[in-house]
Design a protein around this ligand. Structure first.
Ligand code: ADP
Ligand code: MG
Length: 738
């Protein structure tokens, strides 16, 4: 053994968990942590290439995105050095090309560049693409030249076959920043791969051979340092499956853990609250409602906590089903908490629950509202009722999570419209019981199966697909002002026709006043990015216009938006529900859950400014009673623009699942669910929920089978480690708790 080998053996072997700073220089490690949040060898090795370039192929300059950091392969055309006009010193200007377009690179007072860079040389160039007076340039340019004279880069070999390989070999191009270039990442990865010990496999051997996967260590090598395209393709397939498998194993583990917890079984008492409620119910539950109700009843009768998500279209009757579960809990002496995303909705829930319970049950169960805006005396009273257990149904917003709110015996938490609700907040509420309460999440956003499996993999999912009988459906039309500007007057006469039949209507605007957008509500970057650039219609202006409009002369028209106090909003909603207001001109505060059966028409102004799911939610506000709904989506977006396509997709179908799929394809999965909170390093990497559904399903199957045979994953230590890493990670935790 030589001295250096001895020294090497004395060091602990490098594994995926080794801190990066122990393997590469501290400076490089710090730069990588700063730029990408990678801290360990494993983190760095899962910073996968974005694409692969070739020394022999120039990147297309015309396709480069502006204002982003890019790495391209290009050829130097001209190199010019000239004195600066106003000041002392010189400018080196280099033009690089892909054969068609030109990008210029500029350096001040760096004459030596003019000697190093020569026309005809090729290399990788990186920087931010900017447009300077109509000319594209790379700002903060860095580069690494290929071929003769280039440092750090293998020279082009002289024998023909090797030269061909050199030209065609895929070069990994990494997501880079202006402080860490793609080739610096590649160099660091090379260093790390060289010192990495054997990498244990997180995939059981049988599964690996069944699926024809590479060993893990080999896959890591080949995705970073492929010699051919098929190298990186095989590596990517292996790592993508690995990602799905580890994720699903983690979810299965988490679900098992949740099931191992103990809580109080909640069983309805014969002749108790639930029986009395059912006896007085003015309608029969749909088959779907009955099935879901039975699943929930079965869940909460267990001594392990329920974790169930109920999805169903707006108006499918989720709330009734949830209320029945609350009554079962009340029967067993416990309390239920209902969390709504806004104060308007919390107040509405209180009213409709009190109405559904009827006077007697209301007195006995004392449904109580706790919100942030409650007057002090009332709030104190509500808190007392909650801590004493007198209030068996407590309804509120996130104010319910305040430290001052204590429950006597919290048995069930119902979260309405989960995608509006912060993950941590829900977790806080979960911890308000002495034992973990049963949790029921309601959502009107249909969740495609693969998303449910990935993001909600630790929850059981129930679906209410059918709507109660007697629903009349909704007709949706696009009003294309771009081609037919005059149609806006027809919108208002159509609205007047609805009102003439004693029905009510919503007019939805993206903004409150000419300058003020509704807070947070329409911040849909995907939608607004491609929406018309002009200012959106706003509540104040539209309200004034409609009040002046002769066809609506007799209509009572009022505003509703987030700048009103919750008392005002509440009062307005109540009047609208009572039929004292004909038209509400509103922002998206009405998006979720507002229930006025007599409202038949909705006009959405600048519909292209809203997301697909959001439009679908909005539309769900009409056609809820016995009258048919009408939804007019007004847009100035050009025909065939992306913005217009979104609006037309919504008009084309009432199927929320189909729209969720459209949404998913247009946006990244995190955004669809409002979970895009961190974009941190452990979000999905190679896996795409929109396209990898089959793979995810298969991985789920393998994960489940393995966990059945070996619940603690003792036979696959590397998987256990990988699962631990996933579960430790806070972002992962937030994803799965949703
Ligand atoms: P969701 O919460 O799913 O949007 P709700 O539970 O608020 O739906 O129900 C919408 C309306 O339909 C409510 O007025 C409710 O009383 C009514 N409803 C619920 N289930 C039925 C049913 N099976 N038959 C008739 N009406 C129903
Ligand atoms: Mg509801």
């Amino acid at each position: 053994m030589t001295d250096s080998e001895a020294a090497e053996n004395a060091l602990p072997p490098v594994t995926l968990d080794t801190k990066l700073q122990n393997v590469v220089g501290g400076k490089t490690a710090v730069a990588l942590v700063k730029a990408f949040g990678v801290e360990t060898v494993g983190d760095l090795l899962s910073h996968y290439p974005r694409r692969y370039a070739r020394r022999g192929e120039l990147s297309s300059i015309s396709l480069l995105p502006l204002d982003e950091n890019v790495t391209i392969v290009a050829e130097i055309r001209t190199v010019e050095e000239r004195p600066m006009k106003a000041r002392k010193g010189s400018i080196v200007e280099v033009k690089i090309s892909d054969g068609r377009g030109i990008l210029s690179l500029t350096w001040f007072n760096q004459s030596w560049r003019a000697k190093q860079l020569r026309p005809g040389m090729r290399g990788m160039f990186a920087g931010k693409v900017t447009d300077y007076r109509g000319h594209l340039q790379l700002t903060h340019p860095t580069y690494r030249l290929f071929g003769p004279g280039a440092e750090d880069e293998p020279e082009m070999p002289t024998d023909a076959a090797a030269a061909k390989l050199w030209i065609e070999q895929p070069i990994a191009i990494y997501p880079a920043t202006n402080t860490v270039a793609s080739w610096q990442i590649a160099q660091t990865i090379e260093l790390v791969l060289d010192s990495l010990g054997p990498v244990p496999d997180p995939i059981p051997t049988e599964v690996r051979s069944e699926r024809g996967l590479l060993p893990h260590g080999r896959a890591l090598e080949l995705i970073h340092q492929p010699e051919t395209d098929s190298d990186w393709r095989r590596a990517r397939d292996t790592l993508r499956f690995t990602e799905a498998f580890v994720l699903q194993s983690a979810l299965v583990q988490q679900r098992n853990e949740a099931r191992a917890q103990k809580t109080v079984a909640r069983v309805p008492a014969p002749g108790g609250f639930l029986d009395r409620f059912d006896a007085a119910l003015p309608f029969t539950l749909t088959d779907d409602q009955q099935n879901v109700a039975a699943e929930i009843a079965d869940d909460i009768a267990q001594t392990s906590p329920m974790n169930r998500l109920v999805q169903g279209e707006v108006g499918s009757g989720k709330t009734v089903v949830a209320l029945r579960a609350m009554l079962a809990v009340a029967d067993s002496g416990g309390q239920a908490a209902l969390l709504a995303p806004t104060e308007v909705l919390a107040a509405q829930h209180l009213r409709s629950i009190a109405r559904a319970l009827g006077p007697e049950l209301s007195v006995e169960l004392m449904p109580t509202l706790i919100t942030g805006q409650l007057p002090v005396a009332e709030r104190r009273k509500a808190l007392l009722r909650t801590v004493s257990g007198q209030a068996q149904i407590v309804i509120g917003t996130h104010a319910l999570l305040g430290e001052k709110v204590t429950f006597f015996d919290l048995g069930l938490v119902v979260v309405d419209e989960q995608h509006r609700f912060g993950v941590d907040q829900r977790e806080a509420l979960r911890q308000k019981g002495a034992l973990p309460p049963h949790v029921l999440v309601l959502t009107a956003t249909p969740i495609p199966r693969t998303v449910a499996m990935t993001v909600f993999g630790d929850l059981d999912v129930s679906t209410i697909a059918e709507l109660p009988e007697g629903r009349q459906g909704i007709e949706t039309f696009v009003v294309p002002l771009f081609e037919k500007p005059a149609w806006v007057t027809r919108v208002w006469s159509r609205l007047a026709e609805e009102l003439a039949q004693k029905r009510q209507a919503f007019v939805v605007c993206a903004a409150i006043s000419p300058k003020q957008l509704e807070e947070g509500e329409i911040a849909d970057p995907e939608a607004s990015a491609s929406a018309s650039a002009s200012a959106p219609a706003d509540v104040e202006t539209v309200l004034a216009e409609l009040r002046r409009n002769p066809v609506l002369a007799s209509a009572r028209i009022e505003p509703l938006h987030g700048r009103m106090t919750s008392e005002q909003k509440d009062q307005t909603m109540r009047s609208f529900a009572a039929g004292e207001i004909d038209v509400l001109v509103a922002t998206t505060v009405i998006e979720v859950g507002v229930d006025v059966p007599n409202a038949s028409a909705m006009v959405v102004m600048d519909a292209d400014r809203f997301g697909v799911s959001q439009l679908h939610q909005l539309r769900g506000r009409v056609g809820r009673g016995g009258v048919p709904g009408l939804c007019l989506l007004v847009t100035s977006a050009e025909a065939e623009s992306l913005a217009r396509e979104r609006v037309e997709a919504v008009a084309a179908t009432l199927d929320g699942f189909e729209l969720a799929q459209v949404d998913l394809e247009l946006r990244r999965e995190g955004d669809v669910l409002g979970l895009n909170q961190s974009g941190g390093r452990s979000s999905l990497r190679l896996l795409r929920v929109a396209t990898d559904g089959v793979l995810i399903g298969e991985a789920r199957g393998y994960a489940q089978r393995l966990s059945d045979q070996d619940p603690l994953l003792e036979s696959v230590p590397a998987l256990r480690e990988a699962v631990r890493r996933r579960l430790d990670d806070s972002e992962r935790a937030s994803l799965t708790k949703s």
